[in-house]
Design a protein around this ligand. Structure first.
Ligand SMILES: O=P(O)(O)OC[C@H]1O[C@](O)(CO)[C@@H](O)[C@@H]1O
Length: 536
């Protein structure tokens, strides 16, 4: 019997297994949690028991998690469809590290770029680097996907550490985004960063061109107030950005894994090089944990196995990520790209159809806001949505500690409520206490039943510092990697984004009336006609 078969059988047995009853086993909370430093990952509020976990660990071993992990860290070209190594971990590696790609140590180059970024950041933050109108007050990062989501998420998350210029982000090609961002800024004291690995992404290049025109209205040497983050240094030069403000990286850094290097410049500008270093250090610590700790106690591995249990074995199509931290507002969006662009694939590495479901749909919002929006469905809908809670024991506002206490109480209450539920008898008693009786009591009580037994995990840490944020992001990166290995997926390509881009490029001239729409289907033709007759 393969581990997959064993897990299917275990899932059948688990049907109807009360999670709450599993806690009659003494020490379950400690036994079904994993620690990383002062961070705790609690997965005891799931139906996973000792046998299930053993089968999940066998699955990981048989899939070759340990050897694939070694292959990734040693610079093997594990992104086979693009013939590339996967070494975002090198961007955060410590001073002693040596990482070989094709026999060449890439670390001297990584360190050189990191030092150049730090020098530029310090110059800009101290006022040594200025705009035409004086010290830089605002930075606009223009990028999309991995060249935007990571930096936006991290800059928001690290608000208590901001002591640099104000950082803004423009990603959408919708002119509203750049318009609304630039309209309040002064071009003479603004730095524009064009963040694009390829430097060809249509949204980014269109926004960059618009920013250049805006800058030219008041600045004579516009190029002097631009920087570029890219692995296509030829294109950055052609675009007119001086070499000393181009921060390059190699093709072994995937877009959605790129915030640790030059793509993270906006984070460094906001919080300074020391805090950025702490962010990298946290991630490097998680890398060391991932590489050395046995699978059973390995937080990224266990997070991945819980994910596989819920998505591929129990068949739950989505998972909700629910940070009880307003500053992690964009974490769900960031994880949507990280997880869904990495593992949303229908063929395995060798091109065969995937034998099971691909990675799940990832969605979420910070608590407590989500509670007043979609938690209704999570508690009483007909579908089970495994929930992943994140919360810090302590906030950053000592005088608002009572807010934080309420926040934590809500987070803990939600996982408890999801597991415990409320029975019909309990609902009946509360309706009877309100004076209801007979059929009306019965009807009202049924609406107030919570089925419970809904699984969740909680990641809890002391405080959201730069170092902790680095740990959390690296944790999720490795989780995605492990899930991808188990599914046989190449988590590092993204062919699924190409078709839409190609068609959009062809539709441009059609919408402009330059070419016909004869090859289009009836629906698309009707939509084109609608736009053409309603835009003037
Ligand atoms: O950094 P670039 O090359 O502009 O790409 C942006 C994003 O586009 C994608 O290729 C997908 O559309 C992402 O993987 C990437 O993060």
């Amino acid at each position: 019997m393969t581990p997959w078969d064993r897990l299917s059988t275990l899932a059948e047995t688990a049907q109807g297994q009360s999670i709450l009853d599993l806690f009659t086993q003494e020490g379950r909370a400690a036994e079904f949690s994993a620690r990383f430093g002062d961070m705790l990952f609690d997965y005891s509020k799931t139906q996973i028991d000792t046998k299930t976990r053993a089968a999940l660990l066998d699955l990981a071993r048989e899939a070759g998690v340990e050897s694939r992990r070694a292959a990734m860290f040693s610079g093997e070209k594990i992104n086979e469809t693009e013939g590339r190594a996967v070494l975002h971990t090198a961007l955060r590696a410590g001073p002693e590290a040596r990482v070989l790609v094709d026999g060449v140590d890439v670390m001297p180059g990584v360190r050189k770029t990191r030092a150049a970024m730090a020098r530029f950041a310090e110059d800009l933050r101290s006022g040594a680097f200025m705009g035409q109108g004086g010290a830089i007050t605002d930075v606009v990062n223009i990028g999309i996907g991995g060249s935007d989501l990571g930096p936006v998420m991290a800059v928001l998350a690290l608000a208590p550490y901001h002591d640099g210029p104000k950082v803004h982000f423009v990603s959408n090609v919708d002119g509203a985004h750049i318009h609304d961002t630039l309209q309040h800024l002064d071009p003479t004291t603004t730095l524009v960063i064009v963040a694009s690995k390829t430097f060809t992404t249509i949204e980014t290049m269109t926004n960059a061109e618009t920013a250049r025109k805006w800058m030219a209205t008041q600045v004579t040497d516009t190029g002097a107030q631009f920087a570029a983050l890219s692995s296509n240094t030829e294109a950055t030069q052609e675009w007119g950005i001086a070499q000393n403000r181009v921060f390059g990286f190699e093709d072994w850094v995937g877009g959605r894994y790129s915030l640790w290097g030059p793509i993270g410049l906006s984070i460094m500008l906001a919080v300074g090089a020391d805090n950025f270093d702490a962010f990298l250090q946290g991630a490097a610590e998680m890398d060391a944990h991932f590489c050395t700790v046995p699978l059973h106690d390995n937080v990224p591995v266990m997070l991945a196995l819980v994910g596989i249990w819920h998505a591929q074995i129990q068949g739950h199509a989505s998972r909700a990520v629910l940070p009880y931290d307003q500053r992690l507002l964009r974490l769900p969006a960031y994880l949507q790209q990280l997880e869904m662009e990495s593992n949303g694939k229908r063929v395995s590495m060798d091109g065969a159809d995937l034998a099971r479901d691909s990675g799940p749909i990832v969605w979420g919002e910070p608590g407590t806001n989500g509670q007043h929006a979609f938690y209704q469905l999570i508690h009483q809908g007909t579908r089970t949505v495994p929930c992943e809670f994140l919360v810090a024991a302590k906030g950053h506002e000592p005088d608002l500690a009572h807010h934080h206490a309420l926040l934590v109480a809500n987070c803990l209450a939600q996982s408890e409520a999801l597991m415990r539920g409320r029975s019909l008898d309990e609902a009946r008693s509360s309706m009877a206490a309100k004076g209801l009786a007979g059929p009306e009591l019965e009807r009202q009580a049924r609406h107030r039943v919570f089925p419970g037994n809904r699984p969740s995990t909680t990641l809890i840490y002391p405080q959201l510092t730069p170092r902790t944020l680095g740990q959390i992001i690296a944790l999720y990166e490795h989780r995605v990697f492990v899930e991808g290995i188990i599914l046989g997926i190449n988590s590092y390509d993204q062919w699924g984004v190409e078709l839409g881009k190609e068609l959009a490029t062809k539709l441009g001239p059609v919408l402009a009336g330059e070419t016909g729409a004869d090859d289009k289907d009836g629906s698309t033709r009707a939509l084109i006609e609608y736009v053409q007759s309603n835009r003037s």
